[in-house]
Structures are given as C-alpha cells and as structure tokens.
Write a protein that binds this ligand. Structure first.
Ligand code: MN
Ligand code: MN
Length: 303
C-alpha cells in the first residue's frame, strides 16, 4: 500500500509568464514513450508482478523503491506543466466572455490542454498522443525487465536533454535538471543490478547519451548535495536496495565522487506551488466567494 506526502520532490521556480508551448514540450516528459508515466507504469507493474520476491529481495526492493520515486516524478512534471500553462498568476474575476478573451489559445500547440483540461497536465505526449499500456514492459524475466529499465532510463535521458534544449523558462529547465540527476541514478542502479546478476559491467556504458551532468547548470545544486549518490526508498520497508546500491559502489566518473547510499525515506523536496484559479476559463468556478468561504469554515472545523 501507499502513503501520500503533500510535497514535491524538488522546489520549482515560478514561471515569468504563461508559456503553453513550453508546457507542451514538457508533456513529452510526462506522457511520451520515455516519459514519467512509462517509467512509473513499468516499475509499478514489474514490482507487483515480481516472482520470488523473498529470494530476490534486493532486486525487488530496488524496483519497488524506484517505482515510488517515479510516482513523484509524474507529480513533479504535471505540476511544471500546469505552472507553465498558468503563468505567474493574474486572476481576473470579471472577464468579458463576449470579447474572445482567450483568442490566443487557438494558436497554442496543445489547444486541448486549455480547451479540455483548463491548463492541467494529462497523460499524453507533446503532440497529444495518449500514453497507453503498450509503453509498459513486464515480462516476468528479471534480466529482460532490468535491461528494459536500463534502456528506458537512457531513453528518458535522451528525451530530457532534447526537451531541455528547447526551453528558456526557469520552471521547465528546473524540472529537466532535477530529473536528469535522478534519471542518472536510476540508469546507474539498473546497470548495477544487471552487473550483480550477470557479471557484465554495464554501468561502464554510462552516461548515455554521452554528456556529463556538469554541462547543465540546473543540475549543479543537486550534484553538490549528493543527490546523484542517493537512492530513496520512500519507506522503511525496502532497505535491501542497499545490496545493489551499496557503499562498495561509487558515483559515476564525471560526477562528483563519493560512495553510493540508500536513504530510508524521501528527499526533503519543496512546496507544492499554489495555482490561482483561472476565472475567465471557469476554473474552479461555481460560486467562487461562496465555496472559498465554505472551504475556509470546513478547514477551521478540521483543526
Ligand atoms: Mn523519472
Ligand atoms: Mn527514472
């Protein structure tokens, strides 16, 4: 079962202005073939379907821990998409609907993300193609699944790098910077798992694509704090991940040196930013003043 923490895995800076086309680019990292929905779906079902969980405990714990992290990545990218669609927030309660106030939204790349979703994220890629189960691989064979996961993390790195190269706004770049560091951990972890099982030093292929994180300014603070050496379990229940991601193993060449460590818990992360309503687009609407007051009374009652 799962527990929910009301925080994001990283602190995201506010966008300077609404940028729906940047949000569309970021959608690739959510619902694209190599996006967070795919890493989540793969590791989630592999974890549920895992055979011989007790006998293969370190590997089961590893997949289960990374699965939990991916759910938070879905949350992080979704929040980035919504922030970019929303901009810094200028809620105008009295919009004249007869004057085509959202005329510009005809020309954004993913018009449906405004027209259908009110600026919220959806499990789709940058061209509005739906994410679906064809992007999940769970074969029951531990080597095939781990190889698939290694490929998936390297593919995700490629896509993150390309999306990053399209972005100028700080919000989307921060999402990419954080996820590039964490994706490197996952690629490294799956490589080490394969090495422990087969003896093949597959981690020597990293980084793939072959560009070190020191070239990306948004990665630096995460590297300085040692995020690239930490595997989070998001639980007290999966310490056996340390059998794979252990102190015998060290950071990849090209990243700041040090021993790898398993953390029983979650990163400190950052606050979930408050997104103002978009009253001209009827979100959240009904009777705004009235429902805010109702919510405020219920909040006081709950404390
Ligand atoms: Mn991820
Ligand atoms: Mn990952």
């Amino acid at each position: 079962m799962f527990m929910r923490i009301d925080r994001l895995q990283a602190e995201l800076p506010q966008p300077k202005r609404p940028d729906p086309n940047a949000a569309a680019a970021l959608q690739e990292l959510l619902g694209g073939k190599y996006g967070e929905m795919s890493t989540l779906g793969n590791y989630m079902f592999q974890s549920f379907n895992f055979r011989d969980k007790s006998k293969l405990r370190p590997f089961y714990s590893l997949v289960s821990s990374i699965f939990a992290e991916e759910l938070g990545h879905v949350e992080l990218v979704s929040t980035g998409v919504a922030m970019l669609n929303n901009g810094p927030g200028d809620p105008t309660p009295d919009v004249d609907v007869s004057k085509a106030p959202f005329h510009d939204m005809q020309d954004i790349r993913l018009a449906g993300s405004f027209l259908s979703n009110g600026g919220g994220a959806m499990p789709m890629n940058s061209n509005a193609a739906s994410w679906n189960m064809d992007m999940v691989t769970t074969t029951g064979n531990i080597i095939i699944d781990l190889l698939h996961n290694f490929h998936l993390e390297c593919g995700a790195r490629l896509h993150k790098l390309r999306v990053y190269e399209t972005l100028t706004d700080p919000t989307g770049r921060e999402v990419c910077g954080y996820l590039l560091v964490r994706g490197s951990v996952h690629a490294h972890a799956y490589a080490l798992a394969l090495k422990k099982l087969t003896g093949v030093a597959i981690e020597q292929m990293l980084p793939t694509p072959n560009i070190n994180l020191d070239r990306i300014p948004e990665c630096q603070k995460y590297l300085q704090e040692g995020s690239h050496r930490r595997l989070y379990t998001f639980s007290q229940d999966y310490p056996e991940s340390a059998g794979v991601w252990s102190n015998d193993e060290v950071a990849l060449p090209g990243d700041p040196p040090g021993n790898l460590e398993v953390v029983d818990g979650a990163p400190e992360g950052g606050k979930i930013p408050e997104l103002d309503g978009n009253y001209g687009a009827f979100a959240p609407n009904y009777k705004p003043e009235e429902i805010f007051e109702i919510a405020s009374k219920l909040y006081k009652k709950s404390r």
